[in-house]
Design a protein around this ligand. Structure first.
Ligand SMILES: Nc1ncnc2c1ncn2[C@@H]1O[C@H](COP(=O)(O)OP(=O)(O)OP(=O)(O)O)[C@@H](O)[C@H]1O
Ligand SMILES: [Mg+2]
Length: 146
């Protein structure tokens, strides 16, 4: 795993995500999707990456102050990282459970808050990890085989 850790400049692209900015939800996902399509990566891998990025993006918008989503590809994988500055997740195991959500009315009115995002990220990734520091933020990494 450590050989896969990269510096900012080695990512193919990095996109900022603003908290509470629901109007932009899905923008980063579709931008990265278009970039992956130009690389000739299989449709199924791109679709999985787009789901992972969309869920990470909506979570940053819903729960964090701000964050970034960045990615790079290798000969066999798409590697996605979502890093935010926000409240963090107190109990990651609980947050991963299908149906668990702390979404408020504003988030639910936007059509989110089913408590499926993190479990879908896990499901559509070949490998994923989440870590969090309370009061600081959350780090998510997803690897999708291409
Ligand atoms: N980046 C984050 N920062 C802080 N808390 C988060 C973050 N992402 C998720 N959470 C917490 O984990 C819970 C579960 O997240 P998950 O994405 O699975 O569901 P949801 O966002 O509530 O609903 P859905 O994703 O189905 O719209 C959230 O309700 C929230 O409490
Ligand atoms: Mg979510």
């Amino acid at each position: 795993m450590s050989t896969l850790v990269k510096n900012e400049g080695e990512f193919d692209a990095s996109f900022p995500v603003k908290g509470k900015d629901f109007a932009d939800a899905g923008l980063v996902s579709s931008k990265i999707k278009q970039r992956l399509m130009k690389k000739g990566i299989s449709e199924i891998a791109i679709r999985r990456a787009a789901i992972v990025i969309f869920e990470a993006e909506v979570n940053i918008i819903s729960y964090a102050r701000k964050g970034i989503i960045r990615y790079y590809t290798t000969t066999d994988s798409i590697i996605i990282e979502a890093i935010d500055e926000g409240p963090g997740i107190a109990d990651i195991e609980l947050a991963m459970q299908e149906g668990y959500s702390t979404a408020d009315d504003a988030i639910r009115e936007m059509g989110f808050g089913a408590g499926m995002g993190l479990s879908n990220i896990k499901r559509y990734s070949d490998d994923s990890e989440i870590s969090s520091v309370i009061g600081k933020g959350t780090y998510l990494r997803s690897v999708i085989k291409i």
